[in-house]
Ligand binder design. Structure first.
Ligand code: SF4
Ligand code: SF4
Length: 135
């Protein structure tokens, strides 16, 4: 998909925050794709780790917002042990999750649930759904 890379779409503060939380320098990524080739979750993610790194480099916060990659990532470290630039990619994924969770947006809207669903729903699952699956 074509993306507009301009001052209008680059979210520099978001990019800095990712580097601050993760402690990783995303600019070191040279897009070799070794992480993607190593990732066991590659078939289940919307965008592979290499593409996530590219989106961060270009400050594409909105493009990354709806991707499931940070949430599907199993933190298995296959990518970072093989990364040609020594980047700890799982830490970057964790930073993306942290930033999203800090928005404190509920994923589940209780008023949209059907009564028959509420009857069968364990309360704790509903509470967890409102916070844990924030995305
Ligand atoms: S840590 Fe995440 S991104 Fe890296 S290889 Fe494992 S599942 Fe893929
Ligand atoms: S392996 Fe490292 S340098 Fe290569 S694309 Fe992935 S993050 Fe970038």
């Amino acid at each position: 998909m074509a993306r507009e890379i301009s001052k209008k779409t680059i979210k520099d503060q978001w990019r800095r925050k990712i580097m601050e939380i993760s402690g990783e320098n995303v600019y070191k990524c040279m897009q070799c794709g070794t992480c993607t080739a190593s990732c066991p979750m590659n078939c289940d993610v919307d965008a592979p780790p290499r593409a996530v790194m590219a989106l961060i480099q270009f400050g594409q916060a909105e493009a990354l917002d709806h991707l499931n990659t940070p949430w599907v990532c199993a933190s298995c470290h296959m990518c970072d042990v093989r990364c040609t630039r020594g980047i700890d990619i799982p830490r970057v994924m964790e930073a993306l999750r942290q930033i999203k969770l800090r928005e404190n947006v509920d994923h589940v809207e209780p008023s949209n649930l059907q009564p028959e669903e509420v009857v069968d729903l364990p309360t704790i699952a509903m509470v967890a759904g409102m916070r844990k699956f924030t995305s």
